[in-house]
Design a binder for this molecule. Structure first.
Ligand SMILES: Nc1ncnc2c1ncn2[C@@H]1O[C@H](COP(=O)(O)OP(=O)(O)OP(=O)(O)O)[C@@H](O)[C@H]1O
Ligand SMILES: [Mg+2]
Length: 336
């Protein structure tokens, strides 16, 4: 069974003059223990969708099942209970500035009316877990962005939730701090078995920690894929754009098929096929010349994925044989 089932969720915002379909008929199923990414450009509907997951936003239509329980059918009291299973972090941390680190983390436990000694134990345990023991008495204004997010994470997992939602949790951080927060999130998933749904507009984040990803555009999910397959065979143009942005790759701008006589192809290979001497095999076995135009490799969670853009110069018949050969070697070929 899936831990989270979003089925046919839509959200309309309307006022007297306009109507906005922020989320349109989205269905997603997320496994327990998964880190699931939702990526999209600004305004795509990501925050609205993730806020529907804990009913911070009421969906206009659809159902949200958490461990089989439909949140939409719950009354206020039961919803409050179910919400304890869902922690959330934000881009701008949302800490209480007049409270110190200890009290920020203690807050959800106080709301649960936990007794003082237990709260003290739990907060100290959490401070240790997020590596902030020495900041216990500091105020948010005295912390760096990364430290603030660690406090927010400790607060979000204080009640042992099943799910952690992150709405651009690393977007305000520099690359090195982003990495350390992503490592903390991975640790939380691995050790505490908390399922994480992360919204981001950074492909770097998806590459670094996600198992699967949904791409949103204009309120809709237009592609759902494993991160491996997203890199190997992106289905949509926007997915390709996100991947290119990651590689700092200006391939699309500088490689125009019309500028070349031969056939331009982009090869994508995963894991083991990335280690084989594919190009030299092609040159040796077929009557063909090859011009290498660009290449890169990305390290994903589970494997590596490589891309090569080649110009093949030779007879069509020979080129077709090359395509067949590459397919048998488990290399994905796209003609540009
Ligand atoms: N409370 C609201 N009232 C009216 N319109 C809203 C409201 N919240 C969001 N919208 C609109 O819904 C659409 C989706 O917004 P949303 O914040 O979900 O996008 P997003 O993908 O999170 O963007 P960003 O990456 O900039 O955070 C936008 O057109 C936005 O203007
Ligand atoms: Mg947003």
């Amino acid at each position: 069974m899936f831990l989270i089932e979003i089925s046919n969720v839509s959200k309309k915002f309307s006022n007297s003059t306009t109507e906005i379909d922020a989320v349109k008929n989205v269905s997603l199923k997320i496994n327990k223990g998964e880190i699931f990414g939702i990526i999209g450009l600004s305004g795509a509907g990501k925050s609205t969708l993730i806020r529907c997951l804990n009913r911070l936003e009421e969906p206009t239509e659809g159902h949200i099942l958490i461990d089989g329980v439909d949140l939409i059918n719950l009354d206020k009291k039961d919803l409050r209970k179910e919400r304890k299973e869902i922690g959330m972090i934000f881009q701008h941390f949302n800490l209480l500035s007049q409270k110190n680190v200890y009290d920020n983390i203690a807050l959800p436990l106080q709301l649960e009316k936990m007794d003082k000694a237990k709260i003290d134990n739990r907060v100290n345990e959490l401070l240790e877990y997020v590596d902030l023991k020495d900041k216990k008495h500091s105020y948010p204004s005295e912390l760096s962005g990364g430290q603030k997010q660690r406090v927010a994470i400790a607060r979000a997992i204080a009640n042992n939730p099943k799910i952690l939602l992150s709405d651009e949790g690393t977007s305000a951080l520099d690359p090195k701090t982003t990495k350390s927060i992503l490592n903390l999130l991975k640790k939380i998933r691995d050790e505490l078995n908390i399922t994480i749904v992360m919204i981001t507009h950074q492909m770097e984040v998806v590459k670094e920690v996600c198992d699967r990803v949904a791409i949103m555009e204009n309120g809709q999910v237009i592609e759902e894929n494993t991160v491996e397959n997203l890199f190997k065979e992106p289905k949509t143009k926007i997915a390709k754009t996100f991947i290119n942005s990651l590689q700092g790759n200006i391939e699309d701008e500088i490689i125009h098929p019309n500028d070349f006589q031969g056939k331009l192809i982009r090869l994508s290979f995963l894991g083991n096929s990335a280690k084989k001497p594919i190009v030299s095999k092609v040159i040796r076995n077929f009557n063909i010349d090859i011009n290498i135009l660009s290449g890169n490799i990305n390290k994903l969670q589970s494997t590596n994925v490589g891309h090569l853009v080649l110009e093949l110069i030779g007879e069509d018949e020979e080129i077709n044989k090359v395509f067949l050969f590459l397919k048998n070697e488990d290399v994905h070929v796209e003609v540009i």
